[in-house]
Design a protein around this ligand. Structure first.
Ligand code: C2E
Ligand code: CA
Ligand code: CA
Length: 635
């Protein structure tokens, strides 16, 4: 422990020296006193407290003392205590010395050694404060007085120093802690953001949408929930690549956000599906808003340098606070409306109504019945002749499925095929239809059977292998089987479809593109598919006599077919007039009620052996009993 003595009398220095001289037992007693003074009882044994060793520095004048302090600070060996005489002529006095020392070292303890009529303690502590670091000893002093004061102050100085160091360390730790907690908070808010947002569009995700919907449902707001689904998005993905798909999603999302009414929310629910919530006074207003939003999504967008035709379908439900509002149910109903919009041709807005729920129930019932239809023997096939334009030779028959239920009577395939198509049930039905169709070929002299395959069947794993196996098992030449598929089946995954069709055609199967003209395919695009013929959709044949447009479409399909070397079959031919018009247009084959309805196997076999259709006398069509759940297919 370092002590500084500043006094102009050499005799005084001797007294100090004597005071601090190490005397056995003496120092121990002093230490014990210090310990008692500060309550420091490390081990409760005062005798064991180490004696404090002092190093003295002697200065004869104030300035000399100040210089010593300066030097000590520079060396990093600071004094714990300075004893300062008050009167030290001719140099600066004790008060000034104390003031200067204090300016250099805020920690040092100053002991002012005063005579009787010197400065008051107040004056000195004002000059060299703080008061708790200034002490006084009156001259002449006792040896014990000096050592005791020195020991006590040195001890305190030491403790203060350690305390300051501890405080500094603590402050540093607090700073680190604060930084860490900032970082944690940032991490947390990032995590919350990620959990609630879609990374592609930065829009709220399904989770956030549900939460917002729950909040709204609890409030007393009248609002609307809309589900938006992009039309033909998969086509963009498949033809232009996923980057283009992503870009289109972002563009549409921005459009939705820009067009949603103030206070509304747009969320990306997944894939090409968005959810919107906005305040709206009722269903009609909500539908109008949605129409407006929809217009923003339609039109041509520039996507990575390509022009892409945008389009969407929207299902919407309005909800008043008077109703029971369950978020899950609201979303389900908006989804039902969306499905309806998509089924009805896309690009439209549908408002939910209760019948959609009823529809679902009916569909579930049909699905249940259908799954047992084969074992219950409720299915059968009927056959409709396809005739050549000239001479009306019967070249083949289209096999069409019939389901006569015990519970509901006959149900149209236009109703149950789409339902079967929603599950794997379609495969079971399809396998049955194919096996049945192949079995009849033995009874016909040479005609082919034309079998319908739905998109899901066509995309089934190993479609080609399965079909080949069935044909081989039945001992049939593939050229007696025509595969009817629709545009939807091939354009959803064009490359794969092209390959599948190529393989089938290589094996000798005939391929017909069904319902041609109703899909989205550009006429130009079909060139890359291996086809034998196009079947012009019935709606154009039907419209031919009435609308110029239909006649023009028929004409252009025939041209296209011819230029590609394909046959063209007109479906749904009902009148003599249509027959004449189609002959003129150049259709190679005709099919429809005018020649024959789809008939049971026996009659079909008779027709097959007769080989030619006689042109009926009249073009009036007798109608069979309509299927109960028909939807105009027999219109
Ligand atoms: P599609 O392939 O377009 O079949 C032609 C539909 O038009 C048949 O209805 C047929 O009965 C009807 N049709 C034929 N000629 C005329 C006519 O002159 N006028 C009118 N108004 N209609 C005519 P159907 O049998 O009700 O079949 C409806 C749809 O169900 C079929 O349309 C086809 O997409 C699907 N379908 C039928 N059977 C099967 C099948 O075995 N498998 C698959 N996947 N789908 C099938
Ligand atoms: Ca067909
Ligand atoms: Ca058709």
């Amino acid at each position: 422990m370092r002590i500084l003595i500043i006094d102009d009398e050499p005799g005084m220095h001797d007294s100090y020296r004597r005071s601090f001289a190490p005397a056995a037992g003496h120092a121990g007693a002093l230490d014990a006193m210090a310990v008692e003074l500060f309550g420091d009882n490390d081990d409760g044994d005062a005798d064991a407290a180490p004696a404090m060793a002092f190093t003295l520095t002697h200065a004869m004048q104030g300035i000399e003392g100040v210089t010593a302090v300066e030097a000590s600070i520079a060396r990093g060996e600071k004094y714990a205590v300075a004893f300062i005489d008050v009167r030290m002529p001719p140099g600066i006095d004790g008060k000034e010395t104390a003031k200067r020392i204090r300016a250099l070292d805020p920690d040092i303890n100053l002991v002012i050694v005063t005579g009787y009529s010197d400065f008051s303690p107040l004056e000195i502590s004002r000059a060299a404060g703080p008061a708790d670091k200034i002490f006084y000893i009156a001259k002449p002093f006792e040896v014990a007085e000096v050592t005791q004061t020195a020991t006590a102050l040195a001890h305190r100085w030491q403790v203060d120093l350690e305390l300051a160091a501890a405080r500094e360390a603590l402050a540093a730790q607090i700073v680190t802690l604060k930084e860490q907690s900032h970082e944690l908070a940032a991490n947390e808010s990032r995590a919350i953001h990620i959990a609630n947002h879609d990374p592609l569009t930065e829009a709220p995700n399904r989770l956030a949408f549900r939460r917002a919907l729950t909040d709204r449902a609890r409030s007393d707001a009248t609002f609307a929930v809309a589900m938006v689904d992009l039309d033909r998005f998969k086509l963009v993905n498949d033809t232009l690549g996923h980057l283009a798909g992503d870009e289109l999603i972002r563009i549409i999302c921005t459009h939705l956000q820009d067009s949603v009414p103030a206070g509304g929310m747009v969320a990306r629910l997944g894939g090409d599906e968005f959810g919107i919530i906005f305040d709206s006074p009722g269903a009609e207003a909500a539908a109008m808003e949605c129409e407006r939003i929809l217009r923003g999504c339609c039109g041509t967008f520039k996507v990575l340098g390509h022009s892409v035709q945008g389009g969407a379908s929207i299902g919407v439900i309005a909800s008043a606070p008077t109703e029971l509002r369950d978020p899950t149910d609201l979303m389900r109903r908006a989804d039902l409306a969306l499905n309806d919009a998509k089924r009805e041709g896309r690009g439209i807005v549908r408002v939910f109504d209760e019948s959609m729920d009823e529809n679902i129930k009916l569909r579930r019932r049909i699905e249940g019945g259908l799954s047992r239809s084969i074992e219950k023997g409720e299915l059968k096939l009927v056959y409709q002749p396809i005739v050549a334009r000239e001479g009306l030779e019967v070249v083949g028959f289209e096999a069409l499925l019939r389901w006569n239920t015990d519970d509901h009577g006959p149900i149209s395939p236009a109703v149950f095929i789409p339902i079967a198509e929603e599950s794997n049930l379609i495969h079971e039905l399809g396998d049955w239809v194919l096996a049945e169709s192949l079995a009849v070929l033995g009874e016909w002299p040479g005609q082919y059977v034309s079998v319908n395959f739905s998109p899901r069947q066509f995309r089934r794993h190993n479609f080609v292998g399965r079909i080949m196996e069935s044909v081989q098992r039945a001992g049939i030449e593939p050229n007696r089987v025509q595969i009817e598929i629709t545009e939807t089946a091939i354009f959803d995954d064009a490359d794969r479809a092209a390959e599948t069709l190529y393989k089938l055609r290589q094996m000798g199967f005939r391929i017909a593109l069904d319902d041609f003209g109703t899909g989205y395919s550009s006429l130009y695009n079909i060139r890359k598919f291996a086809l034998d013929c196009l079947k012009i959709d019935r709606s154009f044949i039907d419209g031919m006599g009435r609308e110029r447009e239909s006649a023009a479409i028929v004409q252009s399909i025939v041209h296209l077919g011819r230029s590609l070397g394909l046959g063209v079959i007109a479906e749904g031919v009902e009148t003599e007039a249509q027959v004449q018009a189609l002959r003129v247009a150049g259709c190679s084959h005709l099919q429809g009620y005018f020649f024959s309805r789809p008939v049971d196997l026996e009659i079909a076999t008779e027709i097959a052996h007769r080989r030619f259709m006689a042109e009926p006398e009249t073009d009036a069509v007798e109608d069979d009993a309509e299927p109960l759940l028909g939807n105009g297919t027999h219109g």
